[in-house]
Design a protein around this ligand. Sequence first.
Ligand code: HEM
Length: 404
Amino acid sequence: METPAMLQLLNDPMGVPFYPVVFQVLMVLTFALHILFVNLSLGATCLTVIGRLKGGERWTRLAGGMGQAATASVSGAILLGVAPLLFVQVIYDPFWYASSNLSAAWAIGFIFILMAGYASLYLARDRKGDAGSAFAGFSLAMFLTAGFIMHVLGFQLLQPEKWLGWYTSHGAASTAGTVLHDFSVPRFLHFVVPAFAVTGVFLMLYSWYFRARADADAAYLDWAGRIGAKMAFHATTIEVLTGLLWLIVLPRDLRFHAHPLFALGAALGLGLLAFLYHAQDRETGHHRYAWPAAAAMLAAVLEMAAAREALRVRYLARFGYAIADHRLNIDWGSTSLFFVTFVLCLVVLAWILAVAFRSGRVAGRWEAGPGMKAWGKASIALLVSWLVVVAGLGVAITLRNRGL
Ligand code: HEM
């Protein structure tokens, strides 16, 4: 059977519940946030290892802070990984499921690998010296393995013409799913090298944030800001090179170098590099560049996520696949519930972030003002109402389906 015909057959006959382009935009947006948290997790875990190994007052203190940042950012990476996972399954269902089945043992093992890495990170936080660095090093290895699995699943997905060969590679159908069939070193590097760029900018923000506290140690914060700015600059330089390498190994017929999103990505990347060069080229005061650097980095990552999606569209167009061809089966009920949940989560999440931001900036105990208290109560009320509505809907639909 020809590949386009096979893809048609694998498509979900139920179609999609809303316009596919909406899912595509949300997928790009949530993937950009996912990869930012992934990079912060990798970079902060790596600095925990380095800080523990180097020892000394400043490095030990930095390793402690980075250990805390890593545990929080891994949970962010997981939370923000689920969203693109759901969207990719809606609009690229034949591809995602085929790729995951071809390496099913790894797709399932991914969860356990991630759990082992996350647990080890907590063990690292409570231990000093070599034991702390060993646990953090193990976490780093597990996170990199988890990222590599995601990379392979996302890369195999792009090559449906090879699926049959992989499935029957030993002369018979192989259903074990224990093989990772294909990967691209430049592509993987392009998604993990930014760990040091993102964590570098995070350190500049760290240097800015803690400066406001009455007990701030300005010399330590200057040192952390300097390390961050230099790290961000050097990692972004390497990132530009991995991007070029990735472009060179892409199949010629995709002509991605001529895509406008590639040109825009290159311009934003080089702009960020120039700004980081300027920010790191001084002895102190790197924290003053923290917010513009963070904004430039966010713009570059958002654009890169859009370019990555544009590349996937080109890959799959070779097989006549376009997400716009999905059968549209609009379901206003589930779509409205989805968007209401989305907005509600933003309100609640913003409150949690505001509490964390304000409480960390005072030296002693933080007292919430009346505005924050009202926002907190409203958030809890929203969550309770949401639970009641969702559970009520579930019960009502179950009863109706049973004819009661
Ligand atoms: C520390 C843990 C993780 C790391 C290091 C990691 C790393 C990565 C990397 C490097 C990519 C890009 C791969 C590529 O395009 O070549 C990626 C994509 C992705 N990750 Fe993660 N990830 C982690 C956790 C998770 C979790 C927990 C989920 C879901 C629950 C998830 C869902 C996804 C999805 C859906 C994609 C995009 C797939 C696609 O669009 O083809 N990730 N991840």
